[in-house]
Write a protein that binds this ligand. Structure first.
Ligand SMILES: C[S@@+](CC[C@H](N)C(=O)[O-])C[C@H]1O[C@@H](n2cnc3c(N)ncnc32)[C@H](O)[C@@H]1O
Length: 241
């Protein structure tokens, strides 16, 4: 908390995060495409590839937002089923509209759920996945505990998240880009510049690759590994139960 009682820059609180995504839901997809030059699609594809699903896999997508990772799984990984969840219905509604046009083999369902307090039975899923959502959780350890609970033994948690480019020059350029472009572009598209200032700050406040891996191990996951993508601007962490 800062001195005025507001959460510090980049620090997620449930009210702050729900408010932001409820407000920006209609413009979220356009913002993603413009701010990442479309590379976010490649990152989700790599995440599906690294998740190694097959046609029997039962997948849970957490903080699924407008469903882009859900749909990438359905189109490319083709698991038996994927349950797309988020605690902001306005975001999930966009995903449901995308899934309506899908005619592949994967069963896609949607459910409002808080990633820190999952309304699912123990050992229900083979794979849990989250893209750009873990950064927004006030209590990551609650999420890790819940994910371990709902995964089957041997199940995997696959996390796509912004992280820390190892090369100092790339890191400097990337942080300049975040600072200059993200709040300005987000403000232009939605009129809500402060929400995008938070998103920018939250990327910089998030633990780097090794620290996140240590948190996952401390939470009881095994065989924790990560793969840097695009100079380490994002990484995919994979952790096993
Ligand atoms: C940056 S968006 C990512 C959406 C999507 N996964 C993607 O790849 O585009 C973050 C999402 O996390 C959701 N979220 C944040 N905290 C959450 C929580 N505790 N439980 C469920 N969803 C949450 C937000 O509502 C938002 O839709």
């Amino acid at each position: 908390m800062s001195e005025d009682g507001k959460p510090a820059p980049g620090v997620p609180t449930t009210d702050r995060v729900k408010g932001i995504f409820t407000r920006i839901a209609p413009a979220y997809d356009l913002f993603n495409i413009l701010s990442s030059f479309g590379i976010d699609r490649l990152w989700r594809r790599s995440t599906v590839r690294l998740a190694r699903v097959d046609d029997r896999s039962v997948v849970l997508d957490l903080a699924a937002g407008t469903g882009d990772l859900t749909m990438a799984f359905a189109r490319l990984g083709k698991p038996a089923s994927i349950l797309s969840t988020d605690f902001v219905p306005e975001m999930l509604n966009v995903g449901e509209r995308k899934a309506a046009a899908y005619d592949g083999p994967t069963k896609i369902e949607f459910e409002v759920a808080d990633a820190q307090d999952l309304p699912f039975d123990d050992g229900r899923f083979d794979i849990a996945t989250v893209a750009f959502g873990v950064r927004n959780l006030p209590d990551r350890s609650a999420n890790f505990r819940e994910v371990r609970r709902v995964l089957k033994p041997g199940g995997r948690y696959v996390i796509l998240e912004f992280t820390r480019p190892p090369n100092p020059l790339v890191r400097w350029l990337y942080h300049r880009y975040l600072h200059a472009v993200i709040p300005a572009l987000g403000g232009l598209l939605t009129g809500d510049r402060p929400s995008f200032q938070y998103l920018n700050d939250s990327i910089r406040a998030f633990p780097p690759q090794l620290a996140l891996a240590s948190e996952l191990r401390a939470a009881g996951f095994t065989r924790v590994a990560w793969h840097n993508l695009t100079f380490g601007i994002v990484a995919v962490h994979i952790a096993e139960v």
